[in-house]
Ligand binder design. Structure first.
Ligand code: ADP
Length: 197
């Protein structure tokens, strides 16, 4: 299974990737987690990365590719697929991923778009800030990340919709309801085995 999770901050990408990985065994690759791990090393690169993530801006493509592509290729080889969380986030990242998919026979099966109103997303992120204390879950940075999603990532939704691989899910519902719906939609497309559905 080669799957992409596309969603604004706070929509629940991580939550749904967790059970999908448990059920399929496919590696969950979170670009945000990889970036935060790199930032935690304190290297020269980490300081550059933290400037972008701290503001809620996207990290430049070349840095993201260098960090992510080897992980995606290795994970796909090791686990039989990929479950991408937070990547691609721009149309240029989507194009690069498509090239690699064709070169290496790792073409994306489906793209899940979790959508929810901004007010719901802001509320969830502020709630998470209290629990996890992530540096970019501050009110002004949250607003900026949502604006970056609208400007840079919303076009990626259109890119995949045009290619007929988009599964659109209303994420403003309880987690269990979303999970049942998503599992069914993936099974309908033959992405998840019917037995798992
Ligand atoms: P969220 O979806 O809640 O914003 P993530 O953990 O996915 O959180 O991303 C956190 C930050 O990491 C982003 O605001 C951005 O700075 C950076 N980032 C993550 N993925 C990418 C990507 N594919 N391209 C560029 N920057 C990224």
């Amino acid at each position: 299974m080669n799957l992409i999770m596309l969603a604004p901050p706070g929509a629940g990408k991580g939550t749904h990737c967790t059970w999908l990985t448990e059920e399929t065994g496919v590696a969950h690759i979170s670009s945000g987690d990889l970036l935060r791990a790199e930032i935690g090393t304190g290297s020269a690169l980490s300081r550059r990365l933290a400037e972008y993530t701290g503001r809620g801006d996207l990290v430049p493509d070349d840095l993201v590719f260098a960090l992510l592509i080897p992980v995606v290729v290795a994970a796909a080889r090791g686990t039989g697929g990929y479950l991408l969380d937070g990547f691609p986030r721009t149309v240029s990242q989507a194009c690069r991923l498509a090239e690699i998919g064709i070169e290496r026979d790792l073409v994306t099966d489906a793209v899940v778009y979790l959508r929810a109103p901004d007010a719901v997303l802001v509320e969830r992120l502020l709630d998470r800030a209290d629990r996890e204390g992530r540096a970019d879950d501050m009110p002004d940075v949250i607003r900026h990340r949502l604006a970056v999603f609208s400007a840079d990532t919303a076009p990626v939704v259109g890119y995949y919709r045009d290619r007929g691989v988009l599964i659109e899910i209303d994420a403003d519902r309880p987690v269990g309801v979303i999970r049942t719906d998503l599992r069914q939609r993936l099974a309908d497309r033959g992405v998840l085995a019917p037995s798992a559905a």
